[in-house]
Design a protein around this ligand. Structure first.
Ligand code: HPA
Length: 273
């Protein structure tokens, strides 16, 4: 068997031994949203370092812990900290936890992230549901040998952001009176923020927000048949829009201010699924 596939199986076996009741939903916490993990009750925690073959998160505010626990009435897994291409990982490594979740029997993947707002209708602190993405970089997490056990050579991306889950998110937001816009996320590899000219180009191409994560995982999830929901916390206006310089600390601080709102929305969604 392929060594990577074997590695996913070994990661999954370790997690299953340590967290015997695997729920159907996993939530991935983006930059500054780590405190959401504190709202988990009856929490059991593994560090990424102890899970065989798991990379280590090096990004600021990404702790690198996998939790299982109760959020309201529902149980879920929470990944506190993800991996990014700009850390030096390949897209395959960035998204390695997705096939592991699939092997564990998880059905729904809820991704959160911090993003820069491009659409003039967005402002810092807003939440945006992703309905699609733009990714122009030639690499893909699926480049190389295809593992048919996980999914097809040429996966369809038409409904990668699962329409049923988006409907659930809209319902959850309406019940909580949380404004939730919907838009297209443009992936940029970072770690430098974009130039104003890149942002003008992305706007012409139809992007509403921009960020450095999420799409590798969405591609992997589409490949192996996991349902996906992704929500961006708009932490800043993208480069050139207000003319203000962009900083990583502004991104984390704004995301932290929105933690309560994101936590409420995620809790509601998980309980509606
Ligand atoms: N660009 C890219 N990634 C981001 C941004 C941004 O403006 N804000 C938060 N993550």
């Amino acid at each position: 068997m392929n060594v990577r596939l074997q590695a996913y199986r070994e990661s999954a076996e370790y997690i299953r031994r340590r967290l015997p009741k695997i729920p159907k939903t996993a939530v991935v916490l983006g930059s500054g949203l780590g405190p959401l993990a504190e709202s988990l009750r009856e929490r059991a925690t593994l560090s990424y370092g102890e899970i065989p073959h798991f990379p280590v998160s090096t990004a600021p505010s990404h702790k690198g812990r996998l939790h299982g626990g109760r959020l309201g009435e529902a149980t879920c897994l929470m990944l506190e900290g993800r991996f990014h291409y700009y850390e030096g990982y390949s897209f395959e490594q960035v998204s390695c936890y997705v096939p592991v979740l699939k092997l564990l029997g998880v059905e729904n993947l809820l991704l959160t992230n911090a993003a820069g707002g491009i659409s003039p209708s967005l402002k810092p602190g807003d939440l945006m549901l992703l309905c699609d993405h733009i990714k122009f970089f030639d690499d893909s997490p699926l480049r190389g040998e295809n593992w048919e056990e996980l999914g097809p050579r040429f996966p369809d991306m038409t409904s990668a952001y699962t329409p049923r889950l988006r409907e659930t998110a809209r319902r959850a937001a309406a019940e909580l009176s949380i404004p939730l816009s919907e838009g297209v996320y443009a992936y940029m590899p970072g770690p430098q923020y974009e130039t104003p000219a890149e942002i003008r180009a992305l706007r012409i191409l139809g992007a509403d927000a921009v960020g450095m994560s999420t799409v590798a995982e969405v591609i992997r999830a589409a490949h192996c048949g996991l349902s996906v929901l992704a929500v961006s916390c708009i932490t800043n206006m993208a480069a050139g829009i207000t003319g203000a310089p962009l900083t990583g600390s502004e991104v984390v601080q704004t995301a932290e201010k929105s933690v309560e709102k994101m936590a409420g929305l995620v809790r509601k969604i998980v309980n509606l699924l």
